[in-house]
Design a binder for this molecule. Structure first.
Ligand code: ATP
Ligand code: MG
Length: 393
């Protein structure tokens, strides 16, 4: 068993000692059976939150309304969630209420996919009540229970299903696919932010082509903001061989590029997707740089910065425009300056030495000098820059 389970085992045993059931559940069980690495372990128990808090000395109410209590132990935090069912779902998202229950089966039944509905006891025995083990073996993504009903409860599950197709390289079960196709319009009820998370995970998965093809085939793309206008662009992306991106920024640069958007239009699309201003700025910058590949003048190198140049380069591969990374870094590293801070002339120098008055002229002068240094027309030396400013400008 991975170390995370061994570390958490005493917590589960403690719950058992007090007469409750306790299991590892969710992604960590799935990923362990797939022999891939796991992040954090989720623990589910028949003990109610108040009962959990009675057993352990140090706890934090991290999500008490949903039944989650964090147990602090040897400087580690373990989230323990009471078995629960959900009911309501009047708006195709989130349940109206959660009810704590004593039965593991009830808890596993409300989970999205069979491969996510496995439990493991502290001794390492797998509890498989919905055929998850079979589907893991067959590499199948399948909803727990009646797929259509499950997607009515929470439409995000449709995106999650296709995200896992990409992340695990699994195949979508036929009935599940059919139900997604029928219920895809429900995606419009889901907060953009939640769809966004799944979309990025899909695009960064190990088999994004497969995920994208399902995203197209099931028509989900029709209900994801402006994607409905870009079926062709999405298809082009789905046909790229060796699609293998490493960051959210790269994903959006690729999309902007293959949708045929100008960098600013990509930025506009990202505002609809509720991306952060930081991400938007980086995507726009990187896509602007991409438009120059493979010829990059000092201006472009300087304005883009090395990290975003490398992102643009990743995307340039799909147009056979990419540069060897070493070449790109060499070009960048041989710039005379990497930022304004490195310029050996400041506004204060202009005031002190050349009797400039505070005002817009200072900024303008610094900008012109910056360009000259960047293009190798002037050495980055204070004396030389002052002399040039005084005699020529
Ligand atoms: P990841 O490795 O991406 O974290 P995960 O399976 O752990 O994958 P989480 O979003 O962390 O995914 O959710 C933990 C578990 O909660 C899932 O394995 C699943 O059992 C359940 N779950 C999560 N979201 C939903 C949902 N929308 N509907 C039903 N069950 C869900
Ligand atoms: Mg998880």
């Amino acid at each position: 068993l991975p170390q995370n389970f061994i570390d958490a085992r005493p917590i589960l045993e403690q719950l058992q000692k007090h007469g409750y059931e306790a299991y590892f559940v969710g992604g960590s069980v799935r990923d362990t059976l797939l022999e891939t690495s796991i992040n954090d372990v989720d623990i589910a128990t028949s003990a109610y939150p108040a009962e959990v808090k009675n057993i352990f000395k140090r706890t934090v109410d991290t999500g008490i309304k949903h039944g989650t209590v964090m147990i602090l132990d040897h400087g580690q935090g373990y989230e323990v969630t009471t078995f629960r069912t959900e009911s309501g779902y009047q708006d195709f998202r989130r349940p109206d209420s959660v009810t704590f229950v004593r039965s593991l089966k009830e808890d596993l039944k409300r989970r999205d996919l069979t491969i996510n509905a496995l439990a493991m006891d502290p001794q390492g025995n797998i509890i498989d009540l919905f055929g998850g083990l079979n589907d893991l073996k067959a590499k199948t993504i399948k909803a727990v229970g009646q797929p259509a009903a499950r997607f009515h409860e929470d439409a995000l599950r449709m995106m999650r299903a296709v995200r896992f197709v990409s992340q695990l390289g699994f195949t979508l079960d036929n009935q599940t696919r059919l139900a997604i196709k029928e219920n895809a319009p429900l995606l419009t009820k889901i907060a953009v932010e939640r769809i966004h998370v799944e979309w990025i995970k899909l695009m960064l998965g190990k088999d994004p082509q497969k995920g994208l093809n399902e995203f197209l085939k099931t028509q989900m793309f029709q209900y994801c903001l402006s994607f409905k206008e870009h079926e062709e662009g999405l298809k082009k992306i789905a046909q790229l061989s060796n699609l293998n991106l490493h960051s959210e920024i790269a994903v959006w640069v690729l999309i902007g590029h293959f949708f045929g958007l100008k960098p600013e239009e990509t930025g506009q699309m990202l505002r609809e997707w509720k991306s952060s201003n930081e991400i938007i700025a980086d995507v726009v910058k990187a896509q602007k740089a991409l438009n120059h590949f493979p010829v990059l003048n000092p201006q472009v190198l300087y304005q883009t910065g090395l990290p975003l140049l490398l992102v643009a380069n990743q995307v340039a591969k799909y147009e056979n425009n990419a540069l060897p990374e070493a070449t790109l870094s060499d070009w960048y590293n041989s710039l005379p300056i990497k930022s304004k801070k490195e310029l050996q002339l400041t506004g204060t120098d202009l005031i002190k030495n050349l009797e400039f008055k505070p005002g817009p002229q200072i900024g303008k002068t610094i900008n012109s000098i910056e360009q000259l240094v960047l293009n190798g027309k002037l050495p980055n030396k204070k004396e030389a820059l002052l002399h040039y400013t005084k005699t020529v400008m």
